[in-house]
Design a binder for this molecule. Sequence first.
Ligand SMILES: *[C@@H]1O[C@H](CO)[C@@H](O)[C@H](O)[C@H]1NC(C)=O
Ligand SMILES: *[C@@H]1O[C@H](CO)[C@@H](O)[C@H](O)[C@H]1NC(C)=O
Ligand SMILES: *[C@@H]1O[C@H](CO)[C@@H](O)[C@H](O)[C@H]1NC(C)=O
Length: 584
Amino acid sequence: MTTATVIRMLGRGLCIIIPLLFVSVNCFPVDPPAGGANLRNNKGIAENVASVETNYKGHWELFSPNSGVSAMHLILLPTTNNVLMFDATIWKVSKLKLPGPPCRKVEDTPGEEDCFAHSVLMDFETAAVKPLRLHYDTWCSSGSLDVNGRLVSTGGYNNGSDTVRILDICPDCEWKEYPGTLGNGRWYATQVTLGDGRFMVFGGRDFPTYEFVPPEGKRNAKNQVTPFKFLEETHDPVENNLYPYIYLNTDGNLFVFANNRSIILDPITNKIVYEFPVLPNGARNYPASGCSCMLPIVLQPDEKRPVIPTEVLVCGGAPHDAFTLTDLNRPKVFPPANKDCARIDINNRGNPNWKIMNMPTARILGDAVVLPTGDVLLVNGAMSGSAGWDDARDPNMAPVLYRVASAGPEFTELAPTTIARMYHSTSAVLPDGKILIAGSNTNPTYMDVALFPTEVRVEKFSPHYFDPALDHFRTDILFEKSDSKVRYGKRFEVQVGGGDPNLDMKKLQVNIYYPPFTTHGISMNQRLITLGIYDVKKGVAPNTSVISLQAPPNGNIAPPGYYMLYVVYNGVPCRRAMWVQFKK
Ligand SMILES: *[C@@H]1O[C@H](CO)[C@@H](O)[C@H](O)[C@H]1NC(C)=O
Ligand SMILES: *[C@@H]1O[C@H](CO)[C@@H](O)[C@H](O)[C@H]1NC(C)=O
Ligand SMILES: *[C@@H]1O[C@H](CO)[C@@H](O)[C@H](O)[C@H]1NC(C)=O
């Protein structure tokens, strides 16, 4: 038997497990909710999600032997077939030359030119690569998408550190660069999108401050930055608080995690309105780089709750002195990375506490990828050492699935890759539900011969839900019959074919995913929201269904912009997500 598959309808459910059948959906709650209401939304927190359990461990494929540029930073660009990858201009080299003049004038060296590309668009279906010119250094920069799907990138190194860059999504668009825009240099900073669509950028080396990103063409004065004591306080001798994890809470405030502390910040009054218990056992932010994500926000139809529950996950990391031992010591010592993974309800003002779990393996320099199902994939990284050049060892080849709503085993190790993805590796969720894996460069230039060579190979990982036995659950969204621009709070429709001739609402989930800007183990603004389903009706065409949904009530729940909408049936995502723009 190759595929013993069990579907669990979670939430204190009683499940009948039929190992010889492909799938069992005979799971009923002990106390059926009145009127056959949607099970998932009973608790309103990501606890009642239908999750597929299969012994399928996933599948790796080499997607491209050469992306031209090692993907230190990676983002999927809405409504296109492109992912954007870039690293840094400082190397003055990559695996791809610019198509022709003009070359970049090298800073600080009059007369020197750099004719290599440092930024590329890669077609995620054909692997075709297109170089984009870049002048101001993007090394360790930050970014996020705006309401129209443009990338607004901030910071970086040297002349790039106060630069804002914009990349539109038109076919021939090039970077627009605005040096001198930010009030402080932002090197290893975190960008976050607020509910009204504005961006803030936090921290970065030597600047424990934050500021709003000004509108295109405007500049911030030095006094338009706000000092942020929390970043001073969480600064270890070796930092451990760069690239802080920041999430927009459903009430419009910001959850900020740096080093081992976390707070709720009101970004308008600049007040810290709450502080959570310290997360013990080491540091979690650069260079003790763990990984983190916000867990699914689960909405109800006709959403009216005053507080929408929200949880955050922080996994892995390293001892406070990891960077000292690896980077500042000779010989280098590589301490084991953290094996723990912690979860907290960030709206609990009574007695919130970290729920501490153990991952099957230790992980530093990894990514916490929120899958289209709402579960989390911990992928990439190493099992010892620190962030920094040549500072990590023991690549962690096997991704780990964390089941957010699991009543059974929380963590499952999936199939390993054969390519080490160390410092400067990245990932992106694709519309078909596969995960693009790229980057890894532990060397301060491009090196083919090294313990961990500069990686330009790109892989795709197909997670557990690609079990061939579950293929018949993959629905097809009928794009032309579905709404793709929706105002907050409004009712809208998505039509699907396949899955089942009559889709069973209890096994159905519709999730929207905001594509994050991923670098250094942080996926800025990554967000998955489970929408409230009003009803499911038979479509006019045979074997089609019309799903009636409520758009997120406001921008604090889902900042304005383009989301990938996935119909998930029996825990299996549709064949291809649809881009839907939500705004006021
Ligand atoms: C970058 O900064 C250097 C000083 O560090 C300055 O001389 C140079 O003109 C700047 N380059 C650009 C393109 O602004
Ligand atoms: C939190 O981090 C600080 C260093 O930034 C350290 O002194 C403190 O002991 C840590 N707290 C816990 C509970 O680990
Ligand atoms: C509808 O689905 C059923 C069961 O999967 C299948 O037998 C039938 O051929 C489908 N009809 C059409 C028109 O696709």
